[in-house]
Design a protein around this ligand. Structure first.
Ligand code: SF4
Length: 443
């Protein structure tokens, strides 16, 4: 945007008032956060990646553990991916951790483990978008680069009364141009953090605290009485709901006291993380009509009646197809897990490992990972076997299931789980310890 156009739309006086007001307020009131005690670009980078989609309070203990375990770029680059995911467990959006490690490997290889003070080099790292690049470059190196995320767009929309849809790329570009102009000379480090802090503490998404706002006098959104309408944002597509049947397989004999987990494929959703085996629920089963749980997990409020025969049958076939000799029992719990594009409702069934010899035949147990193979003896002679549910119907999946393991609670620490499975496993082992959950005899 040319200087004349900028001046027409946002007069210099307002811009200077805004920048000076926020900077003074920040220097007097900023929170003492672990990543604000350093100018180490590695630590600032880690904190910015963790803070994406996650609250500051949640991030602090993760950040401290992470930088203690991986104190620099080289330590992160050289660590086993399992360790990195385990350290990230519970934070969600695990592709952030994988991208961070991949980018650390690039920094080690290309720049000798030193994050370069260079816009193109930083912006080219995996998982580093324009916001994160601006944050690293301004906070670590003091460069006058804008760092514009949703919080900053909200603040700018309100103060400068900008009606443009913040979901559109051209609005982001407009905001980046404005934010760049707002940076006072030599103050990029503090000013960018002042903008972020203001969005987090004062100009909050709901009910902005205008009465204590350091720039309220000239806030065009507030003066127009529109602070609660801004920013304008078109609605994103809601996540697609998908119901899945999950098997909590309780071991017998050598596996007594343990449950079966599997590793997800190396590519796609939640890559390489561990979980309970689960498959899409057939629509006709009625499983998708079972009650949902809101967030997290809870015991199902279903009566003690057995689950639909079709569901159990389908689950048994899918287990067999994955080489797992187990018999589904009662419905135990429902849980939800939401991704940006997808919402799983997991209907969890307690299953019991079968002792050999049983109809499933020994060879069905051996592979424990050969998903997609029809179980021997499943179809009557002359009939095609019923289709076995695929391991993963989501995009980007390789379609092959990884290894399976029998684990007790004490072994959970050795595996990285998405939150929903962590909660389910903890709930299961809690109940076992309290004597509430027993191996379910098939009904
Ligand atoms: S006056 Fe209110 S709406 Fe305007 S910048 Fe301050 S907190 Fe945000």
């Amino acid at each position: 945007m040319t200087d004349t156009k900028l001046e027409e739309r946002w007069p210099r006086e307002d811009r200077e008032f805004f920048s000076a007001g926020l900077l003074d307020w920040y220097l007097a009131h900023k929170r003492d956060l672990p990543w604000r005690r350093t100018r180490d670009p590695y630590r600032i980078w880690v904190s910015e990646i963790m803070l994406q989609q996650t609250r500051v309070d949640t991030v602090i203990p993760y950040f401290l553990r992470f930088v203690e375990r991986f104190p620099d770029v080289t330590a992160l680059a050289d660590a086993p991916e399992e360790d990195v995911l385990k350290c990230w467990e519970g934070l969600g959006y695990y592709s952030r951790a994988r991208n961070l490690q991949q980018a650390a490997k690039d920094v080690k290889e290309r720049y000798g483990g030193v994050i370069p003070n260079d816009v193109e080099a930083v912006a080219g790292l995996k998982g580093v978008g324009p916001y994160t690049a601006g944050a690293i470059l301004s906070i670590a190196f003091g460069r006058p680069e804008p760092a514009v995320d949703g919080n900053v767009m909200r603040v700018l929309s309100r103060f400068f009364l900008i009606d443009d849809d913040v979901a559109k790329p051209k609005t982001r570009i407009l905001m980046e141009g404005l934010a760049r102009e707002l940076i006072p000379e030599g103050e990029a480090r503090e000013f960018n953090q002042a903008l972020m802090e203001h969005g987090a503490m004062t100009c909050t998404p709901k009910s902005p605290r205008c009465l204590v706002c350091p720039v309220m006098e000239r806030c065009a959104g507030r003066l127009a009485g529109r602070e609660n309408e801004l920013p304008v944002k078109s609605k994103a597509k809601p996540p697609r709901p998908e119901t899945r049947l999950a098997a909590l397989v309780e071991g017998r004999g050598a596996h007594a006291g343990k449950v079966l987990i599997r590793q997800r494929p190396a590519q796609g959703l939640l890559a390489r993380m561990w979980e309970l085996p689960h498959w899409p629920a057939p629509e006709e089963s009625g499983a998708s009509e079972r009650p949902r749980t809101g967030t997290g997990t809870r015991r199902s409020g279903l009566p003690a009646a057995p689950p639909e025969e079709a569901v159990r049958d389908r689950l048994r076939r899918s287990l067999a197809g994955a080489g797992i000799a187990a018999r589904p029992g009662k419905h135990w719990m429902a849980a939800e897990h939401t991704f940006s594009h997808l919402q799983w409702t997991l209907q969890v069934y307690l299953c019991r490992e079968e002792e050999l010899p049983l109809p499933m035949a020994a060879e069905a147990r051996v592979p424990y990972g050969a998903a997609g193979a029809a179980a021997p003896g499943e179809a009557p002679a002359g009939e095609a076997p019923e289709p076995v549910l695929p391991f993963e119907a989501g995009p980007g999946s390789s379609g092959d299931s990884g290894p399976h393991r029998w684990i007790g609670r004490e072994e959970m620490a050795g595996y990285a789980f998405p939150n929903v499975f962590l909660k389910l496993l903890n709930a299961y082992f809690d109940q076992r310890e309290q004597g509430e959950t027993r191996g379910q005899e098939p009904e």
